[in-house]
Design a protein around this ligand. Structure first.
Ligand code: C5P
Length: 250
């Protein structure tokens, strides 16, 4: 299969993905790399197979979103690690949904670790490394000029819907969706679309029986040798043999 990627047309290089201009003006090609970072990029390692696993998991999860009425950036997974996606004007907000308290929320506030949030807690952080992704409120987000109140209302509604779909999806394969981060952008008509990626890099996932971590938290805690096994576990539970045929893998 021809990869419609032109390395001279690199539009953006993130910490784990590179974004290239696609053949069509309104499309981009996203390359999932093996790079893994933690602590604002302070630690960086290459994890063999990570780009492969995440690109397929992300395509599969975005397909499930579409089936449930959430519009995503996905056009097609051309081949493992290479995704054609709609070009979006990204909103610099990390929308975080928490079903269980852990991570930064228990470091910043007096929540006891592992306390369930009911209803789920939605947090928005300003995506800007220079400012270390500070937590936003609606007034600050609007004053920064990055969103309107209508946008914020839509982001919250979409985040809750994504949480509902994904919590069920993971529950069905014996995984607890603890929390996750998503990002949105606007298409050329101004519609808010789910973009970036959803993968074990951007979620906290616990095995429902053992409560073992199956996500990037292992890397944050320095358990580098357990990372790929955990991602493979999620992959094996979520990606069916039929999916593998569709993605051209075996
Ligand atoms: O670190 P924190 O507890 O705020 O993370 C909440 C959730 O958001 C976790 O699932 C984490 O993987 C995700 N996250 C992310 N990218 C960031 C910050 C958080 O994917 N820059």
């Amino acid at each position: 299969m021809m990869i419609k990627m032109n390395s001279e047309k690199l539009l953006y290089e993130g910490k784990a993905k590179s974004v290239f201009q696609g053949e069509n003006d309104d499309e981009v090609i996203i390359k999932f790399r093996d790079d893994m970072t933690a602590g604002d990029g302070a630690r960086k390692e290459s994890m063999n197979q990570k780009g492969y696993l995440n690109s397929i998991l992300c395509a599969k999860i975005f397909e499930i979103m579409e089936e449930n009425g959430v519009k995503t950036q996905l056009v097609e997974l051309n081949e493992p690690c290479v995704m054609t996606a709609k070009k979006l004007d990204m909103i610099p907000i990390e929308v975080i949904v928490r079903n269980i308290a852990t991570g930064s929320i228990v470091r910043k506030f007096p929540f006891e670790d592992k306390t369930p949030f009911n209803p789920p807690l939605i947090q928005m952080d300003f995506k800007d490394d220079e400012y270390h992704d500070p937590m936003l409120n609606d007034a600050i987000a609007k004053a920064l000029g990055i969103v309107t109140q209508e946008d914020l209302d839509q982001l919250r509604a979409l985040a809750l819907k994504v949480n509902e779909i994904m919590s069920k999806m993971f529950k069905d394969i014996g995984i607890i969706l603890v929390d996750f981060k998503i990002e949105f952008g606007k298409d050329k008509d101004g519609n808010i679309i789910l973009g970036d990626e959803i993968s074990p890099d951007s979620c906290r996932l616990w095995d429902a029986e053992t409560l073992d971590m199956l996500d990037k938290e292992l890397f944050r805690q320095g358990k580098d040798d357990e990372v790929i096994d955990a991602y493979e576990e999620v992959f094996n539970r979520l990606v069916s043999d039929e999916d593998k045929v569709r993605y051209g893998i075996n």
